[in-house]
Design a binder for this molecule. Structure first.
Ligand SMILES: C[S@@+](CC[C@H](N)C(=O)[O-])C[C@H]1O[C@@H](n2cnc3c(N)ncnc32)[C@H](O)[C@@H]1O
Length: 223
């Protein structure tokens, strides 16, 4: 991932936001990449280390359970959950990203779907035992994030677990450009929607540049 490619993504996003289109730039970015993963800033081609670490700590087993990956990108996290035994549905707003997942993992057990978290028509037909949201909310403008949070909450089955991984900031820290770190106040909306916060990890990581990360586990408890 070069700085030039990162700047191209930020420029496409700015143009999209200026057209009052909060998500159109994702498909533009994936299709312009023409199969070159290095053009996608978040594509590490391996499972997210923050997810892998959480899985290890919790000795997660997926047999007999369903999982959904929000904004699944190029599919590595969805594949990792399928390897744990979950029946996984990964969805993304970008048809090119979904076709890319299917090409990368031709024998995959994952059900890859094109759907829009902000206006779902397919993914909202099911409930899941485990939902992973990593880095999608932080790439949406603030005005549509509450809608995204509502839609993610609605994917959980009773007793289901939601894991959110995002950049974090304090409310008084300015936000300049993508990715937009989330505040604890914004994330509290998940609890207002009825989820119970099980654990909130707030940590910094990185080698050259330190990044503040939030990783939050929620559960949908039912009386
Ligand atoms: C920053 S990337 C993160 C990708 C992946 N979750 C990861 O952790 O590497 C955000 C992803 O969410 C997808 N996305 C953005 N808005 C979406 C929406 N409204 N519905 C579904 N997917 C969306 C994008 O196409 C992109 O693949």
């Amino acid at each position: 991932m070069t700085n030039e490619n990162r700047s191209i993504a930020q420029e496409l996003a700015q143009q999209s936001f200026a057209r009052n289109d909060p998500t159109g730039w994702f498909e533009e970015l994936y299709s312009r990449a023409s199969g070159d993963e290095s053009a996608i800033p978040w594509a590490n081609l391996t499972v997210n280390a923050n997810l892998a670490d959480w899985i290890e700590q919790h000795d997660v087993r997926g047999q007999g359970k369903t999982a959904s990956v929000v904004g699944c990108g190029l599919g590595d996290d969805a594949e990792a959950l399928a390897e744990l035994g979950f029946t996984v549905t990964g969805f993304d707003i970008s048809p090119t990203a979904i076709a890319w997942c299917q090409k990368r993992f031709p024998d995959s057990q994952v059900n890859y779907l094109v759907d829009d978290l902000l206006q779902p028509t397919k993914i909202n037909q099911s409930k899941f035992d485990f939902v992973l949201e990593s880095y999608t909310l932080q790439s949406l403008p603030a005005q549509v994030r509450p809608r995204g949070i509502e839609s993610i909450s609605q994917l959980l089955a009773p007793q289901g677990t939601l894991l959110v991984i995002c950049r974090g900031r304090d409310a008084n820290e300015p936000v300049t450009r993508l990715p937009f770190p989330l505040t604890k106040e914004e994330l509290a909306y998940f609890e207002q929607l009825g989820l119970t916060q099980v654990k909130f990890d707030d940590y910094t990581q990185g080698e050259k540049t330190l990044v503040r990360r939030f990783r939050i586990e929620y559960q949908l408890e039912v009386a």
